[in-house]
Design a binder for this molecule. Structure first.
Ligand code: PMP
Length: 424
């Protein structure tokens, strides 16, 4: 079956709202390291890593071998009602890495389900259906997670099981506080948070949920003190804090293992997914023990934490830690940002280069500084033609997102910079 026929069949049977990248969408046939090859035999350097699912690159022997040995037992999955050794071991490691006192872990199959779980815990614990979220956020595609998603392009439902109040602190580049210094920006966001709590809520808010760096929102990275300052206010009101680490976890920001640690904050709960499975479907919540244990009825996920996913995730985590990929993300992220800032210096169409570690965003703007989504599409297509895959995002679809696997090499950074310079 040819490419065009597959595309036509996709369009006939999949929903209209299921977006595909590229005018001629890619079908992958194989992958290795940081490179993927499509069915037509073209190989690309992958700087989007399957929307950050591929933390350590493709076809990593240590991970594939671990999964294969689990497959060889014949137990792909039976039931989460039985003991699963790899699940317990993975939970112990994540609990320890979380820095959350008395932490407990619950596994899911996705980031959406992880955030739904965190919301259920926080709202039950506080007996309140009020939630604070950041404008321009993305937290998932189910009922409550869509409701706390502050990005119109991804707000598939306008109905909500929770009462949401929106605060500033996400998309700085186009916020009313854009021109303030870091310290004044933090102050302005804190004042806004306080005002929102005092005016639009009944005061007994369950939690704030936030991404330390907004992912779908275009890799906007707030000043380091922001969430520490938010946390002080939340503590005054007894409001819980949930850090959505679905994109920022596993050392990707280069500075710390979790994105929120750059703000000196220990959250009440963190949610994770994407990179942990290095391609396998796994997500979860790590939370304070009393918060995790607040549910009084049974609740489980049939596949959450299944033996294949947790075996693969354990091998991924070991690989990340043994090879200190966080340090690699820090070093190569810095080189990438420096290189991109040089490229952007004489290209007014790149309005902003931002991010941390291997989460870097380029804000594409028109001559008047307005968002330029058409230019972002042109960059996406142009880089693809030259053998580089990048992502797109932001409230206006005008941000190019770079998030390669954390096993990236210096040569690959230079190769990508060369292509981006050419295309931009
Ligand atoms: N939270 C964040 C920060 C995300 O980026 C995403 C996915 N883009 C999700 C949650 C939802 O994860 P999933 O698609 O695995 O449900």
């Amino acid at each position: 079956m040819g490419h065009e026929e597959l595309l036509a069949r996709h369009r006939a049977v999949m929903p209209d709202w299921m977006a595909l990248y590229y005018e001629h969408p890619i079908e992958l046939a194989s992958a290795s390291g940081r490179r993927v090859t499509d069915r037509e035999g073209r190989t690309y350097l992958d700087f989007f890593a399957g929307i950050l699912t591929n933390a350590v690159g493709y076809d990593v022997a240590e991970i594939s071998d671990a999964i294969r040995s689990q497959l060889a037992t014949g137990v792909l999955h039976s039931s989460t009602l039985y003991l699963i050794r790899s699940q317990v071991e993975l939970a112990e490691k994540i609990a320890e890495l979380s820095g959350i006192p008395d932490a407990k872990v619950f596994f899911t199959n996705s980031g959406t389900e992880a955030n739904e779980t965190a919301l259920m815990l926080a709202t039950q614990f506080r007996r309140s259906d009020q939630v604070l979220a950041l404008r321009n956020s993305y937290h998932g595609r189910a009922f409550a997670t869509v409701a706390i998603t502050g990005n119109r392009g991804w707000s598939a439902s306008s109905l909500s099981p929770v009462k949401v109040s929106w605060v500033h602190g996400g998309y700085r580049y186009r916020s009313p506080f854009k021109d303030l210094s870091d310290a004044d920006y933090v102050k302005a966001c804190v004042a806004d948070l306080r005002e929102v709590i005092e005016t639009t809520t009944a005061g007994d808010v369950a939690c704030m949920i936030a991404e330390p760096i907004q992912g779908v929102g275009g890799f906007s990275s707030p000043p380091d003190g922001l969430f520490g300052a938010f946390k002080e206010v939340l503590d005054e009101y007894g409001i819980l804090f949930v850090s959505d680490e679905v994109q920022t976890g596993w050392g990707r920001t280069g500075e710390h293992f979790w994105g929120i640690q750059s703000h000196g904050v220990t959250p009440d709960a963190m949610t994770f997914a994407k990179g942990l499975g290095n391609g396998l479907a796994i997500g979860g919540v790590v939370a304070r023990g009393d918060l995790m244990d607040c549910l009084t009825a049974n609740s489980l996920s049939t596949f959450g934490g299944n033996p294949i996913a947790t075996t693969g995730a354990l091998a991924t985590l070991d690989y990340l830690l043994d090879n200190d990929l966080q340090a690699n993300a820090a070093k190569l992220g810095e080189r990438l940002i420096d290189g991109l800032r040089d490229i952007a210096a004489d290209r007014p169409a790149v309005g902003d280069v931002r991010g941390k570690g291997l989460m870097i965003g380029l804000e594409m703007v028109g001559p008047d500084g307005a968002p330029d989504p058409a230019r972002a599409v042109a960059v996406l297509e142009g880089t693809r033609e030259r053998g580089l895959l990048v992502g797109k995002g932001g409230l206006y679809g005008n941000v190019i997102r770079l998030a390669p696997p954390m096993t990236l090499t210096e040569d690959e950074v230079e190769e990508a910079l060369g292509i981006l310079e050419d295309v931009l």
